[in-house]
Design a protein around this ligand. Sequence first.
Ligand SMILES: C[S@@+](CC[C@H](N)C(=O)[O-])C[C@H]1O[C@@H](n2cnc3c(N)ncnc32)[C@H](O)[C@@H]1O
Length: 300
Amino acid sequence: MSPSTAPRADQDTRSLHRWFPPHWRDHELLDSGNGARLERFGEIVLIRPEPHAIWDKGLAESDWRRLAAAEFVPTGRTKGNWVPHQSVPDNWIIQYPLRPDHELHFSLEFTKFKHVGIFPEQAANWAWIAERMKPGKRMLNLFAYTGGASLAGRAAGAEVTHVDAIKQVVTWTRMNQELSGLDGIRWCVEDALKFVEREGRRANTYDLIVMDPPAWGLGPKGEKWKLEDQVGRLIRAAALLTAPGGALVMNTYSGMSPSSLENLWRAVLPEARIHAGELCLESGTGQVLPTGSLLRLERP
Ligand SMILES: C[S@@+](CC[C@H](N)C(=O)[O-])C[C@H]1O[C@@H](n2cnc3c(N)ncnc32)[C@H](O)[C@@H]1O
């Protein structure tokens, strides 16, 4: 290659994407900074720890105190307590307008893990899922939590299988299904890796797979999930389940970079079209908060 045609070291045509959730009315990131985020879920404004927010807050400390109804105060690496600043309900419901004729409904509550039952940035995937799914299509949602992606797929008419290790979380998603006027999701309380490997042995395939593996977790029978040790096995098994012409969304909040995700998938499905990047939220004060890494893949 002559020096004039060689790509310059600072040029990379495989640029990383940034995805933002569109259409939210019931969620808003008001501000972030100094290790925290200030966000509104419906009428309720909350302060939560946010290790990515290493910049200064955009709003004054007094505004954060005035607006927040409750704040999560960690007591350890993952757990903590919600401290109310105003009176707050035990649970409340928010809506997401998936399509003009269909809203998804989510029941929220204060958990001891700083979450309230929704990862609002995931809405960036829901319209993409709904566009690809229709009656007769098969979708698999792994590590599915309270089921935003499952509801989006089911609202579009797909046959949806929802897999999560925690029975109470699946019960929570059943409530979201009902609140959203949907039915028919197939529920599996199971270790996600066991599930995909068994489906592979049965030669089952899916038109869309969605997965959001955590850094660590436990299956319902105590199966240990550790992302860095098992991600290769999960990806190989999920690749076998992705139908030709099908698609896959992989997200992780574990700190794994988008380029690492892309390398893992290119090794197993070299012919697939892959986009990797960051899943982000934009605050009212103009910061872009990266929340996790995201990869979308389409098989020819
Ligand atoms: C980060 S959350 C997923 C959030 C989801 N993407 C959403 O939008 O709501 C991770 C989920 O993985 C589940 N989980 C952890 N270990 C698991 C395992 N071994 N098998 C299946 N699910 C597991 C947890 O119960 C939790 O619901």
